[in-house]
Structure formats: C-alpha cells, structure tokens
Design a protein around this ligand. Structure first.
Ligand SMILES: [Zn+2]
Ligand SMILES: [Zn+2]
Length: 170
C-alpha cells in the first residue's frame, strides 16, 4: 500500500498531496513498466538500457520530484535504472506478496531489493509536464524523507508535512 502524504506551506498556505511508495498491484506495475521501457515507449535511453543490461532492473516506486525551472512538485514512478552488484545474486522470491494478490510468482523488484542487490546505473530523465524543465528527485516514502521540509513552489517558503498519512492508495 502506498502512502498519501500531505504538505502545507507555513507562509502562504499552499498545499498538495503526494502518493508515494508502492501499491498492491506493484508486481503488475513492475512488469508493465519494464515492458514499456523495452518497447521504447519510455524513450530510447530506457530501451537501450535493457538491450545493454538484460539483467538490469528499474525502480518502480512512486516518488516526489520537483521541477528545476518552475519549482512545482510532481509524483511519478522513479524509473531509475539499476544493474546487479558484481558478485551478488538476488535470491529467488519465496512466499506471497499478499494473499489478495493475483500476481503470485510474478517477477518484480522492490526498492529494498535494489538497495541490497543492485547499484544505480542511471536516473531516468523526467521532464516537467507544465514547462518541460528537468525534474529532480526530492523524496520517497521513507520516514526521513517524509519528515523533511521542502520549498514552497509559490512563495519559496517552507513546506512542512501536514499529515503523514492521509490514507492509502491502491
Ligand atoms: Zn508558500
Ligand atoms: Zn516545470
């Protein structure tokens, strides 16, 4: 289950919420995303990555990005590309992801797996939907990230966590 996080500016009152982490359908989301990357739907870089690194992996967690130009925040899949650490093999997954999951046995790799068994190869080139600027990674759903203050895109004041848990998505 992903977390829905609310942020509010201490100065101008601007607020937004972000859905971070991974949902119940993560294995399906993972498979779909890899397929899109391999078929070139997410750009040439991503397609090339899987051609060069068939054993590569991708971070499909939802994270928070900020546009370098217009400073707006966007929530999207991280899509950073990873390659296996040399000499390290990820053990096959055992057990079920969830009893409610129809995707038992589906191949998927979580951020936890990536941290343990893979190393970062390249970040995905995310672009702002509003101005085309480059998006930079701000936060994922780890407690340290969720609790940090971020810059307000409107008045450049400090935005603080309003509610850590507005609910769950997926
Ligand atoms: Zn503000
Ligand atoms: Zn922008």
């Amino acid at each position: 289950m992903g977390k829905i996080i609310g942020y509010k500016c201490q100065d101008c009152g601007y607020e937004f919420s972000a859905s971070l982490g991974i949902g119940f359908s993560f294995p399906a989301v993972y498979a779909e995303t890899v397929e899109k990357m391999k078929s070139g739907k997410l750009g040439k870089d991503a397609q090339q990555f899987f051609e060069d690194h068939p054993d590569g992996s991708v971070n499909c967690e939802n994270v928070l990005f900020q546009c370098d130009q217009c400073h707006k925040y966007f929530c999207d899949k991280d899509l950073s590309m990873y390659v296996p650490k040399s000499g390290v093999t990820m053990p096959p997954k055992t057990g079920r992801w969830s009893v409610a999951m129809p995707f038992e046995g589906a191949e998927y790799i979580t951020k936890e797996d990536l941290d343990k068994y893979f190393e970062l190869y390249k970040r995905f080139d995310h672009r702002c939907k509003e101005c085309g600027g480059k998006l930079s990674f701000v936060a994922d759903d780890t407690p340290e990230h969720i609790q940090m203050e971020i810059e307000c895109p409107i008045c450049h004041g400090r935005m603080k966590l309003k509610l850590e848990d507005l609910g769950r998505w997926d």
